[in-house]
Write a protein that binds this ligand. Sequence first.
Ligand code: IMP
Length: 444
Amino acid sequence: MRGKVTAVVGTKWGDEGKGKIIDALAQKVDVVARATGGSNAGHRVVINGKAYPLHLLPSGVFNLNAKVVIGNGVLIDPIVLWNEVKALEKDGIPVLNRLYISEKAHVVLPIHIALDEYEESVRIRKIGTTKRGIGPTAEDKYGRFGIRMGDFLPYAPMRNCKDSVDYCLRTNYQIRSKMANEEMRVKLAIASCNRNEKEFLEAVVGLRDCVCDTISLVHQWLERGQNLLIEGAQATLLDIDFGTYPFVTSSNPTAAGMCTGIGIGPTQLTEVIGVLKAYESRVGEGPFPTEQNNELGNKIRELGHEYGTTTGRPRRCGWLDLVALKYACRVNGLTGLAVNHLDTIGKFHSIPVCTIYRNDDYLTEAFSSEVNKLQKCEPMYTHLKGDFGDISQAKSLDDLPSNAIRYLQLIADHTGVPIRYVGVGPEREHLIECCLLPEKMEKE
Ligand code: IMP
């Protein structure tokens, strides 16, 4: 029998706690994969009290029996990946012998990081990028002068790895500098690029044996009945097509993008789990209808420890937005939801949840990610009872107080999607596996 494919996607602006859900799911699969984004992602997995921040390796790497794939859709900064691999190997977690990196994955070069900073500095509408070189690397990819991991292999133009790296960095620089009109800025970028060249080469040499044709391998494994978990990075409202453009990332972190990023067809996805927090957060610029830029927002931030894993930036916080969530369910075709931080929201006495927007003089349940339209929307709230108490030890829905169940039921009913996981604390064991059906589905 063919193996199952489960994809985990973020439903909002990232940082929904995908790492924890993935970590739980990863224990049951044979292959774990990243398919989109790059080191702009930051997943924090807590195991035995130790926090592991990961940017490029799938969080499922902690299932030591799983093969680990970095698919063609990922933009790879070899220095970041190599440091992550080394850190885990040092802690006794073997990675190199089960890591498969797509030869088609584009490479974030040191120059891209400098260019990311430069582009952000000249942008009239700042995006607040993570400065990990994602935008410029994607520009090279779609401009068709990008460098791919396969370019460092022996069949590439240069046989020797140092020559390949040299050749790639120079070629890319030549194209870039011809395109640039701010000579001095590009020279600056190159200066920063040169500083990292030695470290870059060391990383490429370290990873080179893992680079291969991951598309063929993934299909062979699936045909042998092995199960695959595709781990999302970023999230729906940061998607370059479905998100709040231009305040988005340069990839498609939604379910269809994950298919492209690993090399499978949409019909091969068995399940798509959308992860959300019981409230909202966003880093960087862009509209955020339910944002609480006040004491309440500060309280959510402190209770939920809402500071970026990648940049350390304080996250903007606000109430749960079910209008946006329904949109995420639609564009991803979600089959299940994972609700994190139920414990955090349960510390409030009364909890506002946005169920509809007011746009000028009419009410709408239709979410539009068009910035100009979204900025006009005023969220309308339903207030639910909080005070859930200490729910961190809950192992099933039966262990939750009725106020907490009502909160979850509202989410399932509004979206029409079953709740499959509930996070009740930061550790991997603080997770309830369940199947809370929407009312309509129960009746059918
Ligand atoms: P970039 O992906 O670094 O170009 O950043 C574009 C936008 O996406 C910025 O607003 C970032 O803060 C946001 N972003 C990118 N990756 C993540 C993530 O993993 N979590 C949350 N926000 C992200």
